[in-house]
Ligand binder design. Structure first.
Ligand code: GLY
Length: 402
C-alpha cells in the first residue's frame, strides 16, 4: 500500500521557536513535583491516572494484588521520571528511590505478577534498562532480560507478531497487535545487544514490519489494533479499542507510531521507518489545534466539545525530537525540533500544574480511555513521563533508555 504524505499544512511551527527560559522554568516545576512525590511513592506506586488532578496510591485491580503494588502497565513511567530526575540533578535521593523500584520490578518478573501482556517493554525499559544503562546495576539487567524472555513467549513466529493482550488462546485477543507495541520493541532490540542473541531483534523487526505494513492506513492515519491469523500470518482487519471509531485515528496511537517507528530505525537501520514516522507526524501536526495539544481522537477539532489528551502531545513531542535526528528531508530537522519544543512549551503554559500546588501531577487534561470513561480529563503517568523526557531532551543530549 502506498501511504500518502500529506506534507505540512500548518505554518504554526515554521517560525515559532520555544524560549530557553521556558525550559529551565518548566524543568524546575517538574523536578519540584517529582521530588515532593518521592516520600509517598518510593515504597508504593501511584495509580495510572489522577483523580481530580491528584495521584493516589495504586489500587488493586485483580485478586491477590496489593494496594500500592507493582501491577498494571504504567508503574515504570513513575520510575522512569525518577531516573530522568537523577540524570539532570545527580541527586542521590532519586537514585536511592529508583533502586527500591528495581527490587520491586525484579520480584515482579520472578513471580510473574501481571506479566502476561506486551507492556513488559514499557515496564522494564524505563525501570531496569534505564538503571543498567545509567548505573550498571546487574540486578536490573537480569530483570530486564527475564522480561524480554517473557515478552518473547507472546511472539507468533509464523505471523511475525507479538500479541498485545490476554491469553494467547483467548479467541477475542488471539493474533491481535496494537500500535502501542512499537514502544515495547526496544526491550527486545536491547536484549539482543546485551546477550548477543539475535532472536529478540529478529522478532521485534518482524513485528515492526507488520505494523508498518498493516496498522498504518493509506492516508497516514493509524488503526489502534489489528488482527492477524497467527497460524497463517494472514492480515485480517483493524479495530479500535480506545479510539472513537474503528475508522478514526486515536490520537495516542498516532503518537506511539510517530515515536515508535524511529526507535525501530535506530536498531535496524531501515530508513522506511523514518519515512513512515514523518507521514504520521504530518497527519498529527496538521490536526493539532492552535493551543498545541490534540483532542483524544484526531477526528475531533475545536468545536467538538471533546477532551484534549495532553499525553498524546507529550509522546509526539519526544517522537518528533527522535525523528529530527534521522530525517533526510531538507529543513525538516529544524521544523520537527521547533514543533516539539513549541508543543512542550504549550503543555507547560496551558496544561501543566505550574499554578496548582495542590496537585502532585506534572500535566493535567489527559484521557486514558474515553470509551470506558477511564481517566478522562485527568493527569496520567505516561503523559507526565514523556513530558519530562521531552524537557530532558531539550536540555541535554539525552541517551535514550529506549
Ligand atoms: N498503551 C495503552 C495506552 O496508551 O493507553
Amino acid at each position: 500500500m502506498n501511504v500518502v504524505n500529506e506534507g505540512i499544512k500548518t505554518d504554526k511551527y515554521k517560525t515559532v521557536s520555544a524560549s530557553l527560559e521556558f525550559i529551565d522554568e518548566a524543568m524546575e516545576h517538574a523536578l519540584e513535583k517529582i521530588s515532593s512525590s518521592l516520600e509517598d511513592f518510593t515504597h508504593a506506586f501511584p495509580d495510572d491516572t489522577t483523580v481530580e488532578n491528584r495521584y493516589y496510591i495504586r489500587k488493586p485491580e485483580k485478586p491477590g494484588q496489593d494496594r500500592g503494588g507493582n501491577h498494571g502497565w504504567t508503574t515504570s513511567f513513575w520510575t522512569g521520571m525518577i531516573w530522568l530526575a537523577y540524570e539532570v540533578t545527580a541527586d542521590e535521593k532519586y537514585r536511592r528511590a529508583a533502586e527500591v523500584h528495581i527490587d520491586s520490578f525484579h520480584d515482579r518478573i520472578v513471580q510473574k505478577i501481571d506479566c502476561d501482556h506486551h507492556d513488559l517493554g514499557f515496564l522494564y525499559t524505563l525501570s531496569c534498562v534505564s538503571a543498567y544503562k545509567l548505573t550498571g546495576n546487574e540486578k536490573a539487567k537480569e530483570a530486564a532480560l527475564m522480561a524480554a524472555d517473557h515478552l518473547m513467549s507472546r511472539y507468533f513466529e509464523k505471523a511475525g507478531i507479538i500479541q498485545a493482550w490476554g491469553d494467547l488462546n483467548d479467541p477475542l485477543q488471539r493474533g491481535r497487535i496494537i500500535i502501542d507495541c512499537l514502544m515495547n520493541l526496544p526491550l527486545l532490540y536491547w536484549a539482543s545487544e546485551a546477550t548477543g542473541d539475535k532472536k529478540y531483534k529478529a522478532a521485534a523487526e518482524k513485528h515492526a514490519n507488520n505494523a508498518y505494513r498493516w496498522i498504518v492506513r493509506e492516508d497516514a492515519s493509524t488503526f489502534h489494533t489489528y488482527f492477524f491469523d497467527p497460524e497463517t500470518g494472514d492480515a485480517r482487519y483493524g479495530k479500535t479499542h480506545q479510539g472513537y471509531r474503528d475508522d478514526s485515528c486515536w490520537a495516542r496511537g498516532q503518537a506511539w507510531g510517530i515515536y515508535g517507528f524511529p526507535l525501530s530505525y535506530k536498531y535496524t537501520g531501515n530508513h522506511e521507518f523514518i519515512q513512515m514516522s514523518e507521514k504520521l507526524a504530518h497527519y498529527f501536526l496538521n490536526r493539532t489545534p492552535a493551543d498545541g495539544v490534540v483532542y483524544w481522537d484526531l477526528a475531533f477539532s475545536d468545536d467538538s466539545g471533546e477532551e484534549k489528551d495532553s499525553s498524546s502531545s507529550s509522546i509526539a513531542a519526544c517522537g518528533l525530537l527522535e525523528l529530527a535526528k534521522y530525517t533526510e528531508i531538507k529543513d525538516s530537522q529544524r521544523y520537527y525540533e521547533r514543533a516539539a519544543a513549541a508543543i512542550l512549551q504549550d503543555l507547560y503554559t496551558g496544561y501543566s500544574t505550574r499554578n496548582m500546588p495542590e496537585s502532585n501531577a506534572l500535566l493535567l487534561h489527559g484521557v486514558y480511555a474515553k470509551p470506558e470513561n477511564l481517566g478522562v480529563d485527568e493527569g496520567n503517568l505516561w503523559g507526565d513521563y514523556y513530558y519530562m523526557e521531552g524537557l530532558v531532551r531539550l536540555k541535554k543530549n539525552w541517551n535514550l533508555y529506549w
